[in-house]
Design a binder for this molecule. Structure first.
Ligand SMILES: [Zn+2]
Length: 505
């Protein structure tokens, strides 16, 4: 291990120039670095009936929120939309709860993001546009898993590219919000609709895959094509939103670690800021998994502002959204995110408060964070140990078993590094250029099995410069497409080309 890292106590240090919160950037007008404490109200269809505007605006002010994410449209519209088939809340009447919230937040000098949710449509839209519906492998249109009156949409066809583009234009045009954040925008599984069939064939010359095996040529092509379509959609929405308000941006609910399906390197280039939607612990998840989200985001977003969404409701299969977490649970999840650079963002499902026990703990945490805001801005990690993660390994080597074959290896190292009190950063395997990794004296590759010749060369050069590598199990035994090599791409420590490298058993 490098000699200095055990003496380090903090993950982040405040840079010398840290100062009070900047307002909007004077030159560019960009807002991304301003917000430090976010609320999100996820409205439900009956909320307009008994919605208490003052209650929420007062709470936003009390907790020193400087930005908000508010439900606007998609499966349900919470404003008087004029777009045909954009389903208005049945209780909307002549009200505009979204517009009232936007106005109230603006008076409190808050950044405002509109939330859309395009994953489902109602029967009238399905009747008019049956081709908007997702189709399963048997050729059947897919009903919603929890509400059978709804239909699940295809993410890669005209519903998102045309209909939702109009919705986004309308919302930004009418309310001049600072951006759009979409929930469940990337589809709900493999779709076999007419548009997917035709567009995939046009792009690849192949029929849609019938297997999940990443070594199947059609599956491999589909993995790449789906990403290309979704990034195209991201750019279409971002472009149209900016035409309505030049300072507004599209921000996808996307990104994460090795198991996330959209390339984080591209996301790091596209997104001006990013929100990690990891609402709470479930099962045997340790509290440090929230901080892991921060490290994974920072690996490709660098110093761009990153935000951690936490739910005040339970994420376990029982009880779920209307019940609330304990104070200790809320505090530890939020705190681990903040300690790893995630600005906090709570989300509350429904504007009705059935159980208020979450409100005081969030208030106290947010007020405390507001008091120490100057030390939470303009920070940089000081860790000199890097834990590499690899989406291509998870996708092309792990396949259906990626959690066990890839992610578990990372989690084990993560736990060990925390127990050893060794500060570390996550490193994305597509960002191994010299300037990206030269601050690390050791890189750990926990079964990063799929590495290209070029990535192996970058790692060899790193070792030649004096860096240490710890590689486990099948690291580098496969190429970037998950095809097995005759021998490891990174030779053993006995090889003269890698004097400082070691391969753990
Ligand atoms: Zn489709």
């Amino acid at each position: 291990m490098p000699h200095s890292i055990k003496t380090r106590r903090c993950f982040l240090q405040t840079l010398a120039s840290a100062a009070a919160a900047p307002l909007l950037d004077a030159q560019s007008g960009e807002w991304f670095d301003k917000p430090m404490r976010w609320p999100q109200l996820t409205l439900t269809e009956d909320d307009p009936k008994h919605f208490n505007l003052k209650f929420w605006l007062d709470y936003f002010a009390r907790i020193r929120s400087d930005a908000a994410c508010l439900s606007a449209g998609g499966v349900v519209a919470y404003y008087p939309t004029k777009i045909p088939l954009h389903h208005r809340s049945q209780w909307l009447g002549s009200t505009d709860p979204f517009g009232d919230l936007v106005k109230g937040c603006r008076k409190q000098n808050m950044v405002v993001i509109a939330r859309t949710d395009p994953h489902a449509i109602h029967q009238d839209a399905a009747d008019a546009h049956p081709d908007w519906i997702m189709v399963d492998a048997a050729g059947k249109p897919v009903r919603h898993w929890s509400d059978p009156s709804l239909w699940v949409t295809c993410a890669l066809g005209p519903y998102n590219f045309e209909f939702l583009t109009e919705v986004h234009k309308e919302i930004v045009g009418l309310y001049q919000v600072d951006g759009i954040f979409t929930n469940r925008w990337a589809g709900s599984g493999m779709c076999y609709c007419r548009h997917c069939r035709e567009n995939f064939r046009k792009a690849s010359g192949l029929d849609l895959p019938r297997t999940n095996n990443p070594q199947d040529p059609a599956r491999r092509a589909h993995i790449l094509w789906r990403q290309q379509r979704l990034f195209e959609l991201w750019r279409v929405w971002d472009g149209e939103i900016r035409k309505q308000n030049p300072n507004a941006r599209y921000i996808a609910n996307a990104g994460g670690g090795a198991l996330s399906s959209l390339d984080m390197k591209t996301i790091g280039e596209l997104a001006p800021t990013l929100f990690a939607d990891r609402q709470a612990r479930r099962g045997l998840m340790p509290p440090w998994e929230n901080g892991k989200n921060g490290k994974e985001y920072r690996a490709t977003l660098g110093s761009k502002p990153i935000v951690g969404i936490f739910s005040v409701g339970l994420e376990e299969p029982y009880r779920w959204k209307d019940s609330v977490q304990s104070e200790a649970e809320i505090r530890i999840w939020m705190a681990d995110g903040v300690a790893n650079g995630l600005r906090p963002w709570w989300t509350k499902f429904s504007a009705s408060v059935h159980d208020p026990r979450w409100m005081k703990p969030v208030e106290l945490m947010y007020q405390w964070l507001a008091k120490w805001e100057r030390y939470l801005r303009n920070v940089a990690p000081i860790a000199d140990c890097g834990l590499v993660y690899s989406q291509q390994t998870a996708t092309f080597y792990g396949g259906d078993k990626a959690r066990a074959k890839v992610e578990d290896h990372t989690l084990g190292w993560y736990q060990a590094l925390i127990e050893a009190r060794i500060p570390f950063e996550m490193v994305h395997d597509r960002l191994l250029e010299r300037e990206r990794i030269e601050g690390f004296s050791a890189l750990i590759l926990p079964n990063i099995a799929a590495l290209s010749d070029e990535q192996c060369r970058q790692l060899r050069d790193y070792v030649e410069r004096g860096g240490s590598l710890i590689a486990t199990h099948e690291t580098s035994l496969y190429d970037e497409w998950g095809k097995r090599r005759d021998d490891f791409g990174l030779p053993n420590s006995s090889a003269s080309t890698m004097p400082a490298a070691s391969r753990a058993p």
